[in-house]
Design a protein around this ligand. Structure first.
Ligand SMILES: Nc1ncnc2c1ncn2[C@@H]1O[C@H](COP(=O)(O)OP(=O)(O)OP(=O)(O)O)[C@@H](O)[C@H]1O
Ligand SMILES: [Mg+2]
Length: 188
């Protein structure tokens, strides 16, 4: 449902449905969060026990190794102990890779979260004192921000008197939906 809301965000905004969409998203996330918390605790306990056993065995190896070196009871050098424990250190490598992957992915996500678009809740735009419903588009040139090199509308003019029903007709890709998007102020 969340994915559908995002992919049809223009339709949601057109019907002023963003607040109810956000509410149901929060409700949905809340359930997921509670479930996730329970799952994390159970997993954490299980994994924690396993880690305790693993790390205790590591400590035991190092302790016995240290005893063998200091008491010189057998022919063991500190380098042997290091080599013996090196594979434990190499276990960390896949986790380090996860950190760098998360950092790279997180950078893009935070860029989107921190982005302050010109058209947002704080910018109300021009609030008209009296709305009669007369729509006039005059000499409009328009390019989409993502494709600045492609002019979609060039000197576009259209007058729709209040109360008149008008159909925009034209070949696919000529800019009909773009005109409606501009009237709805999805773009300035
Ligand atoms: N968000 C966007 N970013 C970049 N280019 C876009 C975007 N939306 C539409 N376009 C491009 O703008 C042009 C006009 O598209 P638009 O959707 O307004 O046409 P349309 O007349 O509504 O077409 P259709 O009859 O198929 O619905 C097309 O070339 C399209 O590829
Ligand atoms: Mg269209």
């Amino acid at each position: 449902m969340c994915a559908q809301t995002i992919s049809h965000i223009k339709t949601v905004f057109s019907f002023v449905g963003e607040n109810s969409a956000m509410k149901s998203f929060i409700e949905c996330m809340d359930k997921q969060y509670k479930l996730g918390k329970k799952e994390a605790i159970t997993k954490g306990l299980g994994l924690g026990m396993l880690q305790i056993a693993t790390f205790c065995s590591y400590s035991l190896t190092i302790y016995i190794g240290a005893l063998a070196v200091t008491r010189r009871s057998c022919d063991v050098t500190p380098a042997d102990i290091f080599i013996c424990n090196f594979r434990y250190l190499s276990n960390a490598a896949p986790d380090l890779q996860t950190f760098s992957q998360a950092k790279a992915a997180g950078k893009e996500v935070f860029k989107v979260i921190k982005r302050k678009p010109a058209i947002n809740y704080e910018s109300n735009g021009r609030i008209l004192e009296k709305v009669t419903g007369h729509i006039e588009i005059r000499e409009v040139d328009f390019t989409y921000p993502s494709r600045k090199d492609k002019l979609i509308l060039q000197g576009f003019t259209l007058v729709i008197p209040a109360g008149k029903v008008v159909a925009l007709v034209g070949s696919s890709g000529c800019g009909k939906s773009t005109v409606i998007s501009l009237v709805q102020r999805f773009y300035d």
